[in-house]
Design a protein around this ligand. Sequence first.
Ligand code: HEC
Ligand code: HEC
Length: 349
Amino acid sequence: MFKFSKSFMPAITLALLPFATTTPSIAADKYTGVGRAATPAEIQAWDIDVRPDFKGLPKGSGSVEQGQVIWENKCASCHGTFGESNTVFTPLVGGTTKDDVKTGNVANLKRADYPGRTTMMKVASLSTLWDYIHRAMPWNAPKTLSDDEVYAVVAYLLNLSEIVPDDFTLSDSNIREVQKLMPNRNGMSLKHAMWPGKSGLVTATPPDTKNTACMSNCKPAAKVSSTLPDYAKTSHGELAPQTRPFGQTRGQGAAAGSSAKPAHNPDYALAEKSGCLACHGINQKIVGPGFNEVADKYKGQDAAAKLATKVKNGGVGVWGSIPMPAQTDLKDSDAQTLVKWILSGAPTQ
Ligand code: HEC
Ligand code: HEC
């Protein structure tokens, strides 16, 4: 993460000085007492990045065996038992071979006919995997894993990819050695396009842009000539509220730039706010059953109380082998409201 170095501080002070002397009323006195310097503990809490040279990596360790338990409890519901994923999420594991571990280049990335691109095929730095899981996963409860748990679950993903053996323990002292086994460690390059083009391979297509800034006689701004159709925008519910409000993927509300009517039903909004729509479509299965299917199944039965308990505690086996995680932060009254809304057909308006 970006750190203020000591040499950077005087530059800021100098830049502010003329401002302070020419407009004294806006400067220090108006805002006296506002703000304070961040404490070292606060900076430390933000400063969690792990770099490719493993700078920033906390000490710790975790075994493949421990990782399997964490994986099955906290990751498999979204990423699949073997990291092969399900309908929504991209696969993490697969497509790498023992040969790739030797060469450091994933051969399947160079095959236009190979059907998928998994995380393990693409990731070049083990630090990225460690850092990402540490900061962002599990998706529904980021930053809840201890450092040792992150080591363990990374070890498990490496084991699923046949990079380390079953009895392996990953630690801060051997992670550099494991980096030397990453299947795509030599695969990073800027000399290719974002999209495959005619060749069918990004690596065989030259970069889309040369990235020189236009300074004169520049083309006018591009006109948008096509957009996602409405059905594609809403196929997993309203994306915008399900996505974090920062970073690259913000999601787009169906209402934005489309003719679909925005949802007005307050219970629909509660389902969105509670994260239910990441896994349940109104009219189709995503990870869990579509709410229409749930309403059909329990039509004419007195199932509300039982279902509200299931929503709170989670469970598995009624709709298949993917578990519904417990919704521990959901209020009992909200669980009841949501179930009533689902059983009434989950109206969005
Ligand atoms: C509730 C669903 C869910 C759970 C549970 C979950 N993930 Fe994820 N995971 C996602 C989503 C969604 C993304 C993509 C997020 C994004 O791009 O912002 C993702 C992305 C990832 C990626 C990066 C994939 C890539 O190529 O960019 C890794 C690695 C990962 N998850 C590992 C884990 C691990 C390890 C756990 C368990 C500790 C876990 N996930 C639990 C939903 C989940
Ligand atoms: C991480 C994915 C996920 C999230 C988030 C999620 N569910 Fe589920 N839900 C599932 C799965 C999977 C099932 C099927 C479980 C089974 O087969 O027993 C399910 C089942 C259900 C059922 C039917 C239960 C039964 O026994 O028939 C209801 C009702 C339900 N979910 C409501 C909700 C509500 C309300 C929320 C939000 C508070 C929610 N779910 C959040 C995945 C999820």
